[in-house]
Design a protein around this ligand. Sequence first.
Ligand code: GSH
Length: 217
Amino acid sequence: MITLFGNLDSGNCHKVQMVLAMAGLGFERVDVSQPRGEPRTTAFLAINPIGKVPALRLADGDVLSESGAILFHYAAQAGLWPASHRAQTETLRWMFFEQYSHEPALAVMRYLLRFAGDPAAHANDVRRLRPRALAALAAMQSRLAENDWIANEVASIADIALYPYTRMANESGVELAGFPAVGRWLARVETLPRFLPVYADAAVRVTEFGAWSGSRA
Ligand SMILES: N[C@@H](CCC(=O)N[C@@H](CS)C(=O)NCC(=O)O)C(=O)O
């Protein structure tokens, strides 16, 4: 069976849960906690030397990581990979946008406000990131005012990649009221077959990372 190493607070892990659910694949989850520093432990680095969740271990022991690469791995099976070369290029365009312009602003602001402890200590960093987050949402607003889906005429893994940190923008201190087409797009993503809400768990079984690595020591 597939094993997802990740947690429910991470939007990057949500993307992987969503594509696995949409591909109709069952998986178990090993809960790797960031507050406990588990992604940087020797035991986790042996799974993913990049030291970040999500990581996915396949039944044959092969390991995938980086949410965008994992989305690509299951895209066709989930019906989320377009046929034409041009549409594939457009899908990658918005996935690279997500990783360079969107996630580094919205996800980092959310982390600093919700998980880093003492949000006041990070107020300057949050203020510095805010224009980048608003610019990313403005780019999405402009695109989605003309198109139902972010990359193509039909849904693709680019929509799945952009969904969680946009849906959780309020936790990053950003309101979506000024981006109405983005709000309509979020509602559209939520109508996709086998859609999985943020914070939901599609895993058939969950094990704490400490217990999982202890049982292998
Ligand atoms: N580009 C990576 C980013 C992954 C990432 O930033 N993961 C965070 C959780 S959302 C993490 O594992 N952080 C652990 C740490 O920084 O110690 C992806 O898309 O998978």
